[in-house]
Design a protein. Structure first.
Length: 247
């Protein structure tokens, strides 16, 4: 017990030190500006770096699918981008957890900077990508979960929920660049989607509740007026289709 406590204290101390170091060099410039002083935990990469190329190829493939098929949903665009970039040239990136962490850090850094600049749409897209790669890494490399959690990815795409967007990025960067912004949005209502096809909430979107009164999934926060059994069944089907496409 004592060893675990000491390990926890060491992790907290390391994170605090990283935040202090990042805060000392905090800046406010475009995420693509090579003079940017605070990169929110991301080390600048050369344009020839395979991780940099992969991240941008994925973004381009995602945008292409989005433009070509206006009716394509988020899942379809992500899967299309995944299939277009994971083979051949970029296979080594997708099979290496260290490389994937670099790609995730790249999108977290960009998303954070876009928040600071007030470009929430661009920040949201970067957050979606970061969420996607976190899920792919957990399922395909770390084996810490069996299925891709579609709910977490979809929540990042919620145009009405700036609270969740800022909170997600703030918890993953070592600097304090989003602390001020989080104080501004932390009291706004957190919204989420319901996956029960018979849900009576308008547009299937409502305020997230902490009590377990009807849920989006076994591990998600509660939703009012949603039937747990039908919703879990819907999610299980979606997960299986999602992971089959990912594979």
């Amino acid at each position: 017990m004592g060893r675990k406590r000491n390990q926890g204290k060491a992790r907290k101390a390391a994170k605090a030190m990283a935040r202090e170091e990042a805060e000392e060099v905090c800046g406010n410039a475009s995420p693509h500006d090579t003079t940017l002083t605070c990169r929110h935990g991301f080390d600048h990469l050369s344009e020839k770096d395979i991780c940099f190329q992969y991240a941008n190829a994925f973004r381009e493939a995602y945008n292409y699918k989005n433009r070509q098929d206006c009716d394509a949903d988020l899942s379809s665009c992500l899967i299309a981008a995944h299939k277009a970039t994971i083979l051949d040239k970029f296979a080594e990136v997708g099979k290496d957890s260290a490389n994937m962490e670099i790609v995730i850090s790249y999108f977290l850094s960009n998303g954070t900077q876009y928040i600071l600049e007030g470009n929430y749409d661009a920040a949201r897209t970067c957050t979606i990508f970061a969420r996607w790669f976190e899920q792919c890494t957990a399922v395909g490399l770390h084996k810490t979960q069996a299925l891709i959690n579609r709910v977490k990815i979809d929540d990042a795409n919620n145009l009405s929920d700036i609270h969740t967007l800022v909170k997600f990025l703030r918890r993953r960067i070592p600097c304090r660049c989003l602390d001020k912004k989080y104080k501004e949005v932390k009291d706004t209502t957190k919204l989420g989607f319901c996956y029960n096809p018979e849900c009576t909430i308008p547009n299937g979107q409502g305020e997230e509740k902490r009590q377990n009164v009807g849920v989006r999934s076994a591990r998600a926060r509660g939703k009012e007026r949603c039937d747990k059994a039908s919703q879990d069944n819907m999610l299980e089907t979606s997960y299986l289709e999602y992971i089959a496409s990912y594979a």
